[in-house]
Write a protein that binds this ligand. Structure first.
Ligand SMILES: *Cc1c(COP(=O)(O)O)cnc(C)c1O
Length: 461
């Protein structure tokens, strides 16, 4: 399988190289040349199988000959052994024809573990085979950083540095980043906001001498391997509820459009998905775009669902590439217009998006009301992100079973949950001592040169 950039000007790469590269050199995102499809019989045959086996069957065609079957099965087995639920991604029923897909049983209690645990193992395998090492640097508002540190801790071929805004992540998120004691992972508390962390990260990637010297690699949500890992649970959930013999719909709490784009790929592969519903919080640029066709950022307002507080939704570019008939030049032009303030979709592109996607938003009050209501009606305690999803899903219930993705465990956002429901959600037993574990924090300034010096000194090389 070969991978192309959405802007059409970067080298065409194999799965392994696209994964290790992350962002394409022309600023675009990698996407498979063709999306493999499964027959109805092949989909039916997934029902009831262990998660790892479904993962193997779904991802194998995208990976091509990068690994033998045995190697790839080993990678998947090691990745998902750390998910603290035998079903990996269990479904629970919320109401008539409405189901919650719990994606929060991984080591850092958010769905990002599904992708990050896998790419930790993929990186380790590929780099060892090539006799290479890389330095992963990431910026986080909380969930991505904790998932990355957890996935890469103790692996030989990688050093990981995560920049987070000092004093601006939740205590659970911070402790998940600062308590792992392995020498190859480093949580860096930077002065400033998330945007400052992200800006210094970009500066490092643009400093080509530094980039080459430390073999810089990225694992943010534009990495194709992360999207691919997320395709699997759409198949496991839908086949549990009767697909391919009946179609289902999904509602996805969305920020960077990565998780829901995985659903779009599942649909292209042949999974009978009726509607894919984009749920946003008050930062509703995607909802506005899907209803009006205009994509115009207007600033981020912090919310109780911080992992969706996003103004430029990076993976949206992948779906635009498709609805613009894979025309890299057209996508480059839209992205240039975005730099100048925003863009307007063509009528044709908007119509094609509207065939598949529906959207909705939840205000802060609506989100809290749903958390309270769901606790009363089903006993389910939702995290604020999942609550945004349930609110929008409730507006779109119909004949097909509705599956709402629960993206984080309520105990990851205990203050917001307690405020809405009156109940402080406890951490799972295996994480119960998180508040007692010793922390290791490095304070850093918002300054490129001193960050680069620190990374040079600390990495094992
Ligand atoms: C990252 C995240 C999201 C948003 O996912 P995208 O793939 O960026 O759309 C939603 N909820 C939680 C808890 C997250 O960590």
């Amino acid at each position: 399988m070969r991978y192309h950039s959405t802007r059409g000007k970067a080298p065409v790469l194999s799965f392994e190289d696209a994964m290790l590269t992350g962002l394409a050199r022309d600023g675009g995102l990698y996407i498979p040349e063709t999306v493999p499809t499964l027959s109805s019989d092949q989909i039916a045959d997934l029902a009831g199988r262990p998660y790892e086996e479904i993962a193997f069957r779904i991802m194998r065609p995208f990976v091509g000959d990068a690994f033998t079957g045995e190697e790839f099965a080993g990678i998947i087995g090691r990745a998902y052994a750390n998910i603290g639920h035998d079903a990996r991604a269990p479904l629970v029923q919320l109401g008539p024809n409405h189901f919650l897909l719990e994606l929060f049983h991984g080591p850092t209690l958010a769905f990002k573990d599904f992708a990050m645990q896998l790419i930790g193992q993929l990186f380790e395998f590929s780099l060892k085979r090539r006799g290479r090492k890389v330095t992963i640097v990431g910026a986080t508002s909380g969930d991505t950083g904790s998932a990355a540190i957890e996935a890469f801790r103790g692996l030989d071929a990688v050093d990981v540095f995560i920049l987070y805004p000092h004093g601006r992540v939740s205590e659970v998120q911070r402790r998940q980043m600062t308590t792992p004691s392995e020498g190859n992972v480093h949580a860096l508390a930077m002065d400033g906001h998330f945007d400052d962390c992200q800006a210094r990260l970009k500066d490092m990637f643009n400093d080509h001498a530094f980039r080459d010297e430390v073999s810089l690699a990225g694992v943010n949500s534009i990495n194709w391997a992360r999207v691919l890992a997320q395709v699997v649970y759409y198949f496991s959930a839908a086949t549990s509820l009767g697909a391919p013999h009946r179609s289902v719909s999904f509602t996805v709490p969305t920020g960077n459009f990565g998780d829901i784009f995985a659903g779009y790929i599942a649909r292209q592969m042949g999974l009978p998905i009726d509607k894919l519903i984009v749920a946003t919080n008050q930062n509703d640029i995607l909802h506005r775009c899907l209803t009006t066709g205009a994509y115009i950022p207007d600033g981020v307002t912090p919310s109780i669902s911080p992992s969706m507080d996003i103004q430029v939704s990076s993976n949206f570019e992948r779906v635009l590439f498709d609805v613009y008939d894979r025309d890299g030049a057209a996508i480059s032009q839209l992205m240039d217009e975005l730099k100048g303030g925003g863009f307007k979709l063509s009528q044709g592109a908007l119509a094609r998006l509207s065939d598949i996607f529906v959207s909705g938003r939840a205000s802060e009050d609506e989100t809290k009301a749903v958390m309270k209501d769901m606790q009363k009606r089903s006993g389910e305690i939702l995290c604020p992100h999942s609550a945004v999803g349930v609110k929008v899903a409730n507006e779109n219930l119909g004949k097909s079973p509705m599956i709402t993705l629960a993206t984080a465990h309520p105990a990851k956002f205990p203050d917001a949950v307690e405020e809405a429901t009156g109940t402080r959600p406890p951490l799972p037993l295996w994480l119960a001592d998180l508040y007692e574990r010793p922390e290791r924090i490095t304070r850093v300034e918002n300054d490129l040169a001193s960050l680069e010096t620190l990374i040079r000194e600390r990495r094992k090389a």
